[in-house]
Ligand binder design. Structure first.
Ligand code: AMP
Length: 126
């Protein structure tokens, strides 16, 4: 996926209030809400308020303030969710090899149960 931002992506619509979300946390830099198709007892998405396709785009164009504010919001979201005592995982899919589905940068937070191995073993194509 080339980092060209599409204003009609589903998370842009959530940010504009055009479709609902189950909000967990919000500040000047980020919005966090429950994933519609949870893959763990707790599965929350954190998105920046700015228009960035993914980390490839975010690290190139976002200001230091936006980057710091966003990643602090990820930590605060996990804290709000009560995940700090037992721990949690966060990840972001970026581009084609990572199967990124929604073209607005987002971090997934998973928790609420032991999460097992970091990732299934992947074979290279050559
Ligand atoms: P990714 O593959 O990293 O792009 O993940 C996109 C995630 O967005 C998936 O886990 C979807 O379940 C989630 N998702 C898609 N539409 C919505 C929505 N309207 N509200 C909440 N989560 C959504």
């Amino acid at each position: 996926m080339e980092p060209v931002y599409d204003d009609n992506n589903v998370f842009a619509k959530i940010l504009r209030g055009e479709i609902p979300c189950r909000k967990v946390y919000e500040d000047d830099y980020a919005l966090a809400f429950h994933d519609i198709n949870p893959r763990a007892p707790v599965h929350v998405l954190v998105i920046p308020k700015g228009k960035y396709v993914n980390m490839i785009d975010f690290h190139r164009r976002a200001s230091d303030e936006e980057i710091a504010g966003f990643f602090r919001a990820v930590g605060r979201t996990a804290a709000e969710l009560g995940l700090e005592a037992r721990g949690y995982r966060f990840l972001a899919n970026n581009g084609a090899d990572a199967n990124q589905e929604v073209g607005h940068f987002h971090v997934h937070i998973f928790g609420g149960a032991p999460l097992g191995a970091m990732i299934g073993r992947v074979r290279g194509e050559g």
